[in-house]
Design a protein around this ligand. Structure first.
Ligand code: ZN
Length: 448
């Protein structure tokens, strides 16, 4: 089922030509390389953990398939590798001395590092997945940190992907939980995209939407089976994550897979979560962000916008320097404040456009609300699924206090130009009240 969906999705993909998922397919990776890159040499990149998990086998099967390994670069297994631009430069430097095709064995960080390095030397690349931990395998961009600021650099997705379910099953359980969090977050990003589409901010790319949303509920329906180590469930999870990446390729945008739930994760990735006691994975941050957004949506959907005084909102809209001052007050890190200022002004800088949004919402909210309800699920239900999958669903679980999470709703809103439910509430003037209600004694966060 998922294999058919992927085959159909590949017809729209611009970069990825072969995806092989199944038990034991690791041994096919030499042939996959040959089919896609002919007689080219390979540059194998891994870290000590992924090299042990699959890299050694990959090395053997490449040699058996007659592929010459021109470079083997194994990063240390600890401390944990970070997606920093310096690591990209390290790989690019190695590649620059050869004509080899980059062949990465790893998951999120390693794939992103090699994806960008391959792009910088103008070569396609191949990946062997070592965990069903996120959806970036087949996406057309890499999330890399430049001087402390996470940037999403556009670069082609891999030409070929091999994911051996046996390898995925042997990965730490937490990585699978993370993948589930990343996938379940699409419930939220879909709703945010519906709002951005309705208000004329970012139109929905229908073919990309159709690659994820119609099947999403089925993909995330049985988290317990994942926790039990069910292979079919694991294959379905990885398949869903691959589909999400292919949808991003089709749309040439991260919108199919990333809304307000990812804005939370981006903020926490850039600032770090120092009180967590250990590093928190991307998917875990997305999971908590998804719970946070789902709870916010409940309050938003319960709001009546029929009495909005649009001209008064437009008249009272803050001037650019006030918007900028508010953003700068909210962010400590100067580089982060700079980028958030630019991003915030891009979406809040035009009071006339804001007035058009509100006029639309005032008129069409009942119908919009029904569509959003059908897309979303109750926050408690989503949080329940995430918890069953082993994802964190309280701020404390990632080292945040309630007060910090409360503050972060507002900072997440200002982080990027991507227009979400948070922005709609802000423009309508209800944002502070809705967030406050979530932390009131009967609110979602007080109850958890
Ligand atoms: Zn993600």
């Amino acid at each position: 089922m998922i294999a058919e969906s992927i085959a159909a999705a590949m017809r729209q993909a611009t970069d990825t030509r072969e995806v092989l998922i199944g038990e034991g397919v690791l041994r096919e990776s030499g042939h996959v390389f040959r089919r896609n890159f002919g007689q080219a040499t390979a540059a194998l990149v891994a870290d000590e953990n992924t090299y042990r998990a699959a890299g050694e086998t990959v090395r053997d099967v490449l040699l058996q398939a007659g592929v010459r390994l021109q470079v083997t670069h194994v990063f240390p297994g600890s401390p944990r590798l970070h997606p920093e631009i310096e690591r990209v430069e390290e790989v690019r430097h190695l590649l620059g001395e050869t004509q080899a095709i980059p062949f990465v064995v790893g998951s999120g960080t390693l794939n992103d590092i090699v994806k960008l390095a391959a792009h910088q030397v103008g070569r396609p690349y191949m990946v062997v997945a070592t965990a069903a931990s996120m959806d970036g395998y087949t996406s057309f961009a890499a999330a890399i940190t430049h001087a402390g600021v996470k940037r999403v650099d556009a670069c082609p997705a891999p030409r070929a992907l091999v994911a051996d379910v046996q390898v995925l099953a042997d990965a730490p359980a937490e990585l699978t939980s993370s993948g589930y969090g990343d996938l379940a977050g699409k419930v939220i990003s879909g709703a945010d995209w519906m709002i951005a589409d309705a208000l004329g901010m970012d139109p929905i790319h229908r073919p990309a939407w159709d690659l994820i949303q119609p099947q999403l509920r089925e993909w995330i329906a049985e988290p317990q089976r994942l926790a039990d180590g069910d292979r079919a469930a694991l294959e379905r999870l990885l398949g869903g994550l691959v589909m999400a990446g292919l949808a991003m390729q089709a749309a040439r945008s991260s919108w199919p897979a990333s809304g307000s739930e990812h804005l939370f994760s981006h903020l926490w990735e850039m600032e770090g979560l120092p009180n967590a006691g250990r590093e928190v994975s991307h998917g875990f941050k997305v999971a908590l962000g998804a719970a946070a957004s789902a709870a916010f949506y409940e309050k938003l959907l319960a709001t009546d916008f029929s009495g909005l005084d649009v001209p008064a909102r437009v008249r009272a809209w803050p001037a650019h320097h006030d918007l900028e001052a508010e953003v700068r007050r909210a962010f400590g890190l100067a580089t982060l404040a700079d980028s958030a200022t630019e991003e915030s002004l891009a979406k809040y800088g035009d009071p006339r456009r804001m007035g058009q949004h509100l006029t639309y919402v005032q008129k069409h909210w009942p119908a919009m609300r029904e569509r959003l309800r059908a897309q979303l699920m109750p926050a408690a239900e989503l949080a329940g699924l995430l918890a069953q999958a082993g994802c964190p669903t309280t701020p404390e679980a990632v080292g945040l206090t309630r007060a910090a999470l409360r503050r972060d709703y507002n900072r997440v809103r200002m982080l990027r130009r991507r227009y979400t439910a948070l922005d709609l509430a802000f423009e309508a003037g209800v944002f502070p009240r809705l967030v406050e209600a979530l932390f009131a004694p009967s609110g979602f966060w007080a109850q958890r």
